[in-house]
Every structure is written in structure tokens, then in C-alpha cells.
Ligand binder design. Structure first.
Ligand SMILES: [Zn+2]
Length: 750
């Protein structure tokens, strides 16, 4: 912490008027401090110390750290603002000559009235008059806040006028430039309570406040001392702003079409647990979290006006609640892949086994029905998943027994928090193992009789298709300080190995049939290999209508899943079997991602594989390589990259060396500082930005900018050195500008 010592020397010589005592005018933080030392004796000075100077001791608020998306798009930013303070004691000028006092008071109030016309000036003026009974001003107060959080230009305009008795206190103001976007994830601050990332990562963003005060050196000289505030760190999320935007459009449309308690989507990387998007239809504006957006609707307003205060509050809590981590529901059929994976892993069934479904199973006087009342007849394992057949699951679970199914359910994380870095995560509710009888065992096998959160469900499902790793999902990748140092970092973390790679591979390939020919046909995108599982065809033992949660999970591409999408319609109003469905939501989500990432189809419309010779490539192992040679190698393989961390040595990568990936895939490189990296900073990614945005970002980060051919039109197509590479501050970054390529014609496949 820096400690500034600004000696305030006594001013000798000419004064325009006589002082009986002295006047102190301070302009806090303007850097200017005036101090007229009394020409009278020490008596006055000590009185002054007690009465006035000692009252000057202010905290200087640190600027709160930003929250940004994975590409540096700001979600939450803080700006420096000022509180305007009136010191009535100083402005009372009680020891000054009357004409001077009147002139100065008029000047101060006139200037304030220009800017803040709504204040009660009669009262303020009265407050600075001297009460003859006490000999002090009526408002005997040196710290009255006149206005809060005014912008810098307002402060500067007032400051220029050298007003007596007016001070400025530095404060900070939080704004959310994208308003409703990712509102449940980002969270907001209201007084002492915080939600979302604002709460979970609060300690990194708060920074350390500074302090400004007057102290005495020896017995004569007043010293202003300042401890500068330390600004908070920036929180970098794993959210992709574009994917989040798409997800929000989809939940909004669905909620308009089929009103429900909540409509949610999670988009995750199934291999790492990184969340790309987490959306919820109950949106609110982070800048005005108290405002109910539906109020613009006349019909809703009538409903609202009829609510009790308690109901209104409940409504708001529900609106602020992050559905995807804080609400629980019965998973239903999206649990069936867990049942099947467990049975395959334990060798209880083989993929070739067949099951017969007559439409129902009778157990202990209870009839359990399949959603297809006429029955599916004979199905193999793949068919049982694709058709979401209940009797097949009952058969498998009875053969497996409750101990095994219960163990797998726990291993896949049901009933436990995932540990995602967001507040208010719910556990979900499980039966105790002792409470499981044959009927319960049957209902568990198709996902009933226990509760899950969406984040639990998508994490468990990811373990089925990613090689068997139950990951810890996360929404923040890094916390970075002003100098670019990583203060905190989340890396992919395996919580549990739940099934073998062989079982996972089988499951991944089998669930393609669900989308190709099963219950998830509405999620099929011609030319692309997508797998998944629906949870929409519910039936049977369900008795409580309001438990309905319709869900669909899809992943893409089947060969090497990079995206998993969970869409949920929670407690739809007026539910009609088969009408409301989340399946088209996952389709739209995948289509948007395919378009955004410009991913080429791998199948022709007649279903034959497109044999592009350079369709897939094998990723090398770059561990311990320097980043410069790594990027050259990735370029030669037509692979994209992103870096996590600071430095030029690759310490880990995803996917790992030896993995087959499609061209154009993104490789995540975890980098650390090597010996030569001292004093270097990673170059930010400015691709896609216009010239002035790119220059601002690069300059702010400490780099110089040059453009190829001095061209500044269009957007940045490429940059050299590349982003993520750490180079010395002041290095010149060369930008190649041009027009962004139009979308490829291949994306119009429906
Ligand atoms: Zn069936």
C-alpha cells in the first residue's frame, strides 16, 4: 500500500481579508488541500483540531472488479462516482467577515442549485447560519451527503468553482451493461446481500478501500495522508455471451408459447464441466432487480395488484432464484441412461440383450405402464433407450438389485451438490437405501421418486458420454488482477470415475438412435450426428400433477461430444400430454451453436458420411512445449485454440494428445509462466472487434498497436503475436483488418 505524504505548509503573506481564526477548505481527492494556518495562537489551533480537522477521515471506496464472459465481454462493471458532501461548519464561516460570508455562501448554494435543483435550499441556508444560543451553525455537522453517486464530470464542474464547504467522496457504482443477460448467474448486490457470482466471488472483487485523513506531524504541521484503494480483481466466466444470448432467446420463446413456472437451458462442455450458457425464463434487469418485467403486460399487472405483499415477495424470490441450480424435480426418463450404463458396466446386460414390452408390468398389485400403452414388443438396449421403454428399465433394475442401482445413483452425483461455483445449490432428494422396495426400485430405474437439480442431471449425463468422468461443473475459469496475474483458477476436476470408457463409448453411440429414430426425433439436424435422451414421455405412477418437469438432453457431435444441452420446462400450465416439449429447444440450441461456430456437416442429406479427407486430425501432446511452436502446430492442423492461464509453457491441454478431433475444433491450452516470462503479459483476443475497440483493449492492456497496410476498416481478422501468448509490455501487436466472412452456405440445413 502506498502512503502519500503531502505536507501542507502554512501560508504566510497576503490574505485578502482578516481571519479571526482560520478556515480550512479541503477538496478531498482532488489532490488540492488548502490550509490557512492561524496567525493567532495555539489555543485556536487546538480547538480547530478537535472540532474540524479531526472530523476529516474518509474511506475511499475501491472500484469493484468486473465480471466478463470467456471472451472478455463485460457482464458487470464498476465506475468511479462521487458523493457530494456539504460541511455546514466550514460554510458557516462563523469567524469570517459578514460580507465575505454572505458572498461565499451564496456562491456555494447557487452552484449547487444549478446541478441539484431539488434540494431544500431554505433548510440548507438556514443550517449554515449561526445559532446565537450555541454560537455554532444550526446544522452543526461537517458531513451532510447532498447527492450520491454523481458522475465524474459533475464533480469536476463543481470542483472548478472552488466552492467553500463542498467536498467529494469517491464511491463506486455497479452497472450491468447487458441488463437481463445471464442475470441469475451474474447476480446482483442490494445493500449487504448479494447473489450469483457477485456473491460467490465477492471477496476477489471487493478490493481494499483506501483512506484519506489529516494527521499532525509534531505540533504544528497538518499532513494529509492517503492510502490508495486497491481495485478488485476481474472474474472471467466460462459463459460464452453469444451462446448465452441464444439460450435466453429460446427459453423466452418457449415460456411465451407454453407458460410454466420456469423454462431453463444449460449448455456445458461435457468433458470439462465448463458452463457455456445457463438460462432461465424468469428474467429480470440486474440494474433494477426489484422491477418485475412482466408488469408491462396489462393482464399481469391486474394479477399483480391483486396479490398480497407476501405473494409479491414470493414472486420476486422465485424470479431471482437460479432455477438451474436451486430448483429440484423428478428427472424422469433422462435418468434411464444411468440405469442402463450401470447395468452394462456391471455386466448385468449386454448391448445385444432384448426385452419384451407388453405395455405394462404388474408388480405387487400395482400396474406400471409404459408410455406406449400398446407396448413396444421386443426391443434391444439401444431400442429401449430410444423408445424410453419403462418395462425394459424395470426388468434391468430388478436384475441389478437395489444395492447396485443405489450405488450408481450416488456415484453419478444424485443427492449431492455438484460443487458448482454458484450460491444456493440444492442437493436434490433421494430415498435412503433402506426405503427402497421392489416398487421403488422400479420407479427409480425410470427416474421417479427422487429429485434432482438441472445441474446435477446434466453433469451425471455428461459422465455417461464423456468416458465415465463425473466432473465438477464450473462457471468461472479465472480471477485476474490488474496486472494480468491469475489470482484464482478453476481447472477441469474429476469428482468420480463412474463407468469405464468402453461402457461410455457404447452409451454415446447407442443414444444417437434416440435422436435419429426415437423419442427425440424433433431434435434431429440433417447432416449432423447428435445423440440424446428425452424425459418428456412421463406416465404411470405419477400422481402429483405439479411435479411435471419436461426435459431433454442432447449432445454433439456423437463421435467426440463438445456440447451437451439440457432443456427443461418446469411445471407447465395446462399440461397436455405430448403438447409441450423441450425437444425443439435443444434442436434450436444446437443449430445456433453450429451456425455460430461455423461447424460443417459430417453427413450428406441421404445419410452417407461426407468423406472429407482432412475431416479429422489427431491432436499432438503439447505438454511442456512452448506456446509459439504449439500454435504453429495447431495452425498446420487447422485447429483453433484458447489459452487458460498466463505464460508461454503449455502444462496441460484438452483434449489430450492422441485424441481424434474434427478440423476447426478448439483445443484448450493450460499455460504457465516459464523462466523467461517475467514481466510479460498475455495478449488479449481482439479478433472480431473494430479498430477502435481493439486499440482501446490493447492499449489498456499495455500493448502498442500497428495495422497491416494501415488499414483500419472492418474488423480484426487476425493478430500477431497471437492472443494468449505472453509478451513483454509495450510490444507492438500487428492487426490485420478486413470484412468479416459471410456465413457459409452449408448452415441452411434443416
Ligand atoms: Zn415400452
Amino acid at each position: 500500500m502506498k502512503r502519500k505524504r503531502i505536507p501542507i505548509a502554512p501560508i504566510k503573506g497576503r490574505l485578502y481579508f482578516a481571519f479571526f481564526m482560520f478556515v480550512i477548505t479541503l477538496t478531498i481527492l482532488g489532490g488540492r488541500v488548502y490550509y490557512w494556518k492561524t496567525v493567532k495562537g495555539a489555543e485556536y489551533e487546538s480547538r480547530a483540531k478537535e472540532q474540524q480537522i479531526n472530523s476529516y477521515d474518509v474511506m475511499v471506496q475501491a472500484n469493484r472488479g468486473s465480471i466478463v464472459d470467456r471472451n472478455n465481454q463485460p457482464f458487470a462493471v464498476s465506475t468511479v462516482v462521487y458523493n457530494v458532501i456539504l460541511d455546514s461548519r466550514v460554510l458557516s464561516l462563523k469567524n469570517a467577515r459578514e460580507d465575505y460570508r454572505t458572498t461565499q455562501q451564496n456562491k456555494t448554494f447557487a452552484a449547487l442549485q444549478e446541478v441539484f435543483p431539488d434540494l431544500d435550499y431554505d433548510e440548507l441556508r438556514h443550517g449554515v447560519q449561526i445559532n446565537p444560543e450555541t454560537g455554532n451553525p444550526y446544522t452543526d455537522n461537517s458531513w451532510k451527503v447532498l447527492a450520491k453517486k454523481v458522475d465524474k464530470d459533475v464533480k469536476e464542474a463543481l470542483e472548478e468553482q472552488d466552492l467553500i464547504g463542498v467536498y467529494f467522496e469517491q464511491d463506486t457504482k455497479r452497472t450491468y451493461p447487458l441488463k437481463t443477460l445471464a442475470c441469475h448467474v451474474i447476480g446482483f448486490i442490494r445493500g449487504d446481500s448479494k447473489s450469483g457470482i457477485e456473491s460467490y466471488y465477492d471477496k476477489y472483487m471487493t478490493g481494499t478501500p483506501g483512506r484519506s485523513f489529516i494527521a499532525y506531524d509534531g505540533n504544528s504541521t497538518a499532513m494529509r495522508q492517503e492510502y490508495d484503494p486497491k481495485d478488485g480483481d476481474t472474474v472471467v466466466t466460462t459463459i460464452d455471451y453469444t451462446i448465452q444470448q441464444y439460450a435466453e432467446d429460446i427459453v423466452k420463446e418457449t415460456a411465451e408459447q407454453w407458460p410454466a413456472d420456469a423454462v431453463g437451458i444449460i449448455v456445458m462442455n461435457p468433458n470439462t464441466g465448463e458452463i457455456y450458457a445457463m438460462a432461465d425464463s424468469n428474467a429480470f434487469d440486474l440494474n433494477q432487480p426489484d422491477e418485475v418485467l412482466a408488469m408491462s403486460d396489462e393482464e399481469f399487472k391486474e394479477t399483480w395488484d391483486a396479490m398480497t405483499e407476501e405473494e409479491k415477495l414470493d414472486y420476486k424470490y422465485n424470479m431471482w432464484k437460479n432455477f438451474n441450480v436451486s430448483s429440484t424435480y423428478e428427472p424422469g426418463s433422462i435418468f434411464k441412461p444411468i440405469t442402463v450404463a450401470a447395468a452394462l458396466e456391471e455386466g448385468i446386460i449386454t448391448p445385444q440383450d432384448t426385452f419384451f414390452c407388453s405395455g405394462s408390468v404388474e408388480m405387487y398389485d400395482e400396474i406400471m405402464r409404459c408410455h406406449l400403452r400398446s407396448g413396444h414388443n421386443t426391443l434391444d438396449v439401444q431400442g429401449a433407450l430410444a423408445q424410453s421403454c419403462n418395462p425394459a428399465m424395470i426388468y434391468i433394475s430388478q436384475k441389478m438389485g437395489k444395492e447396485t442401482l443405489y450405488r450408481y445413483k450416488k456415484n453419478f452425483g444424485f443427492g449431492d451438490k455438484t460443487g458448482i461455483d454458484l450460491p444456493a445449490e440444492e442437493n436434490g432428494i433421494l430415498y435412503g437405501e433402506d426405503a427402497i422396495g421392489p416398487i421403488e426400485l422400479a420407479t427409480i430405474s425410470f427416474g421417479q421418486g427422487f429429485n434432482t437439480t438441472s445441474i446435477q442431471a446434466v453433469t451425471a449425463f455428461s459422465a455417461v458420454i464423456n468416458g465415465g468422468n463425473l466432473m465438477k461443473p464450473y462457471i468461472v475459469s479465472q480471477v485476474v488482477d490488474k496486472q494480468g496475474n491469475i489470482v484464482y483458477e478453476n481447472k477441469p476436476e474429476i469428482r468420480n470415475r463412474v463407468i469405464s470408457r468402453e461402457t461410455s463409448d457404447l452409451m454415446r453411440i447407442m443414444m444417437k438412435a434416440t435422436i435419429e429414430e426415437g423419442t427425440g426425433k424433433k431434435a434431429k439436424i440433417e447432416g449432423y450426428s447428435i445423440g440424446g435422451k428425452t424425459g418428456t414421455a412421463q406416465n404411470g405412477s405419477r400422481k402429483v400433477q405439479d411435479k411435471w418437469a419436461l426435459s431433454c438432453l442432447t449432445y454433439f457431435p456423437v463421435e467426440n461430444p463438445q456440447y451437451v444441452v439440457l432443456a427443461v420446462i418446469f411445471r407447465p400450465e395446462d399440461y397436455q400430454d405430448g403438447k409441450q416439449t423441450p425437444v425443439p429447444m435443444t434442436k434450436k440450441m444446437m443449430e445456433d451453436i453450429i451456425k455460430y461456430k461455423n461447424i460443417q456437416p459430417s453427413y450428406a442429406e441421404d445419410g452417407t458420411a461426407i468423406t472429407k479427407k482432412q475431416g479429422t486430425v489427431t491432436v499432438d501432446d503439447y505438454t511442456n512445449s512452448d506456446i509459439f511452436s504449439t500454435l504453429l502446430s495447431l495452425d498446420s492442423k487447422n485447429l483453433n485454440y484458447r489459452t487458460v492461464g498466463t505464460g508461454n509453457i503449455v502444462v496441460n491441454q484438452f483434449p489430450h494428445g492422441g485424441t481424434q478431433v474434427e478440423e476447426g475444433s478448439q483445443i484448450t491450452l493450460y499455460v504457465e509462466k516459464g523462466e523467461d516470462d517475467e514481466g510479460t503479459m498475455p495478449v488479449p483476443d481482439v479478433r472480431g472487434k473494430n479498430y477502435s475497440e481493439a486499440v482501446t483493449l490493447l492499449n489498456d492492456s499495455g500493448f502498442e498497436v500497428k495495422t497491416e497496410n494501415e488499414k483500419t476498416d472492418g474488423v480484426v481478422l487476425s493478430q500477431s503475436p497471437k492472443y494468449g501468448v505472453s509478451v513483454e509490455l509495450g510490444t507492438e501487436i500487428t492487426l490485420t483488418m478486413g470484412e468479416q466472412q459471410k456465413e457459409e452456405e452449408n448452415t441452411s440445413n434443416e
